[in-house]
Ligand binder design. Structure first.
Ligand code: ATP
Length: 402
């Protein structure tokens, strides 16, 4: 994709005010951060900027306050946690305008190597519209802009794109660099055989991903809810399984495309079915495994079957590069997680480069304890999907070229 972007290794930040856009969009429960992965992922870049003597001004969005000041979505708890993780004070620049009088005063008082955190960028209504005024505010408090927020790289907002255009220097951080290297290289210049695995709920969400990956990969594996639209396109009875009737023709086209390109498109040969969707989602369920073309009209498929799981695991064994996005079934329920676990295990066992494309699959892999066995787990669900679609991400494009 020709993504030769300047990074924090290509600049001198000594004595400079460096605005660093991070992804601190952490899950919160009653004011407590319940998962610090995104914070630890941001540390290498922050430490580098501190070590090089920059005045480090951190910013991020948190949740969806929609341009209003929502105290429960303040980044204040993140400053506390970051202070602990860095072993150095991260001063919180409380400010309802994000970059208002308070934040400006805090920046003006900074010494080299100090760190402050601005308030939630989405407290400003302009943020998600890439409005000029907020971009200018952000640019006015920095000499250098660093974007290390991969999770929002597929959006053009003030704090990643608007400010980058106004800042003299705009580079990417280590986290962003890593995502570009892994996702970009895996899809554009993969070591073959390249196996892509797609799952999750809906075909419609991943239309462009399916088509792009078919161009790039050697084998495309389909599981999860989206598989049933493909099975219907094959003329099978799929009972009450999840289906996107408007996309049946599309699935047929994709099967023809695979055939024409000489690519393998693997679909479930059996399915784990139930009478109804479990409620609660992790509640008790009665399952049966049937052949993919033998789903009774009143039953629904909620996981790939055992034979399919073995077939998919075998396909992974033959691969040198594997990219995976989307669970194979309703993995939130242990009884329906077997397909997802089998695929995760096969990725954990292979020597191939294994890349997890964020979102639910990343959560599943981490929950199942396979995280450390993967080559790369993307921190951005939506952004990694757009990468897999072959799209250029505005947040990446905005950084200076080398
Ligand atoms: P994200 O969109 O967050 O990146 P993802 O792309 O990994 O996540 P989604 O498309 O959101 O995945 O789908 C994940 C959901 O799909 C899970 O909640 C799972 O329970 C559900 N799911 C998987 N298989 C089925 C199925 N056969 N029927 C219904 N739902 C399913």
């Amino acid at each position: 994709m020709g993504l030769n972007k300047k990074s924090v290794d290509d600049i001198n930040v000594n004595g400079k005010r460096v605005l660093c856009r991070c992804d601190f969009n952490v899950p919160l429960k009653e004011g407590q951060i319940t998962d610090i992965n995104r914070l630890t992922a941001a540390l290498p870049t922050i430490k580098k900027l501190i070590a090089d003597g920059g005045k480090v001004i951190l910013c991020s969005h948190l949740g969806k306050p929609k341009g209003e000041v929502k105290p429960e979505l303040s980044l204040a708890p993140v400053a506390v946690k970051l202070t602990e993780l860095l072993g150095q004070e991260v001063k919180f620049a409380a400010d309802p305008e994000v970059v208002g009088a308070n934040a400006r005063a805090a920046v003006a008082a900074m010494k080299d190597g100090e760190v402050i955190l601005l308030e939630n960028t989405r407290f400003r209504a302009e943020e998600t519209k890439n409005g000029e005024a907020f971009s200018q505010d952000l640019a006015s408090i920095c000499d250098i802009f660093v974007n290390d927020a991969f999770g929002t790289a597929h959006r053009a907002h003030c704090s990643n794109v608007g400010v980058a255009a106004l800042a003299d220097t705009a580079v990417v951080g280590y986290l962003m660099q890593k995502e570009i290297d892994f996702l970009g290289n895996a899809v554009e210049t993969p070591v073959r055989p390249f196996v892509a695995i797609l799952g999750g709920a809906k075909v419609a969400d991943k239309l462009n991903v399916i088509s792009n990956l078919l161009d790039k990969c050697d084998t495309l594996i389909i599981g999860g809810g989206m598989a049933y639209t493909f099975l219907k396109a094959k003329g099978y009875e799929i009972g009450t399984s999840l289906v996107d009737n408007e996309k049946v023709d599309y699935c047929r086209e994709m099967m023809e495309k695979a055939e024409k390109l000489g690519k393998k498109l693997l679909l479930p040969v059996d399915s784990t079915i139930t009478k109804s969707f479990p409620s609660p989602i992790d509640g008790p369920v009665d399952i049966t495994v049937v052949k993919a073309d033998a789903i009774p009209a009143d039953m629904m498929g909620l996981d790939i079957g055992t034979e399919t799981a073995t077939m998919y695991a075998d396909a992974v064994k033959a691969a040198k590069t594997v990219v995976w996005n989307g669970p194979m079934g309703v993995f939130e329920n242990p009884v329906l997680a077997k397909g997802t676990i089998a695929v995760a295990e096969s990725l954990a066992e292979t020597d191939a480069t294994t890349i997890i494309g964020g979102g639910d699959s990343a959560a599943a892999v981490n929950q199942l304890g396979f995280g450390p066995k993967m080559t790369h787990i993307s921190t951005g669900g939506g952004a990694s999907l757009e990468f897999l679609e072959g799209k250029e991400l505005p947040g990446v494009v905005a950084a200076n070229d080398k």
